[in-house]
Design a protein around this ligand. Structure first.
Ligand code: GLN
Length: 280
């Protein structure tokens, strides 16, 4: 079977199973399996796929056809120009979350030596991306999931920043060491009863613990802000990702906990996504 034939078959199967990005996904799976760029598949469209590769390809297509996210199948997701290892224990990094990274970097000058805490670090994508750009900053990432911490450590290693970051498996309630110049967090902020209405890719595969913001969607936002207030230095900055409709209530919670709100930043889709505040 030639490259273009197998790609067509793969995308046909995905299309039949209502996967919207069927042809792109077929290409991504084949290129990841053969370890070549997608452009190489097109250039070499008459090249023959080996039999064992063919078997594996259809196995991967089979996973995707059941709505498993492409990043869990390939094991990687690009975020802020870096490739992060991901698996079912962590949320897949979203382009919207790059808004936090952008905001933090615009605040930290290149020679900054600040100490940064990431609450609910998941794959570690936010803090690792920041530390890669600010070579003198140090970081700590915590997460309630032991498996997420394992993965974040691995990501710090492949991104070569292992010596400037520590990861701890800890509940925010039990983490009270040190004071930080800067705290970042993308906490779970979806209302519990809304999770089942999300796309199958998300609701059937991504970790509930990373999505579930409790009955009103604010349980983790509240906790993160309250704890940040104790863990942050005076005049320290908190960068928080929230849902686009959560601004008003989040501002209330921030003010109640002694934060001054600096700005609300929109994401790529022009939706409110990130709140920057200062502990006063
Ligand atoms: N900090 C991680 C991310 O932004 C995980 C967030 C989460 O699990 N809620 O991808």
């Amino acid at each position: 079977m030639k490259y273009h034939e197998i790609l067509n078959q793969g995308s046909k199967i995905l299309k039949l199973n209502k996967i919207k990005s069927y042809s792109l996904d077929s290409e991504i799976l084949l290129s990841s399996l053969l370890n070549v760029d997608r452009s190489q598949l097109i250039i070499n469209h008459n090249k023959i796929v080996k039999n064992n590769e063919k078997k594996i390809f259809f196995f991967l297509i089979n996973r995707r056809k059941k709505n498993e996210p492409i990043s869990y199948i390939t094991g990687y997701k690009e975020f802020w120009n870096n490739n992060f290892k991901v698996d079912k224990n962590v949320l897949i990094p979203r382009p919207d979350t790059e808004t936090i990274v952008e905001q933090v970097l615009s605040y930290l000058r290149p020679q900054s030596t600040k100490k940064i805490l990431d609450i609910g670090t998941g794959s570690g994508c936010i803090i690792i991306s920041i530390l890669k750009e600010r070579k003198k900053c140090k970081g700590v990432g915590i997460d309630i999931s032991k498996n997420a911490i394992k993965l974040a450590k691995y990501n710090a290693k492949i991104q070569h920043i292992k010596n400037r970051i520590n990861f701890f498996h800890s509940d925010i309630d039990n983490f009270l060491t040190d004071k930080y110049d800067l705290i970042i967090s993308n906490p779970p902020y979806i209302k519990q009863h809304e999770i089942n209405g999300l796309e199958k890719d998300i609701k059937n595969y991504e970790p509930r613990v990373a999505l579930n913001g409790g009955i009103d969607g604010y349980s983790k936002i509240r906790l993160t802000i309250k704890k940040s207030s104790a863990l942050i230095k005076k005049n320290g900055k908190l960068f928080l990702e929230i849902g686009s409709n959560q601004v008003m209530e989040t501002l209330k919670i921030l003010k109640f906990n002694g934060f001054f709100v600096n700005k609300i930043v929109k994401d790529l889709a022009n939706k409110n996504r990130c709140v920057v505040s200062t502990k006063i």
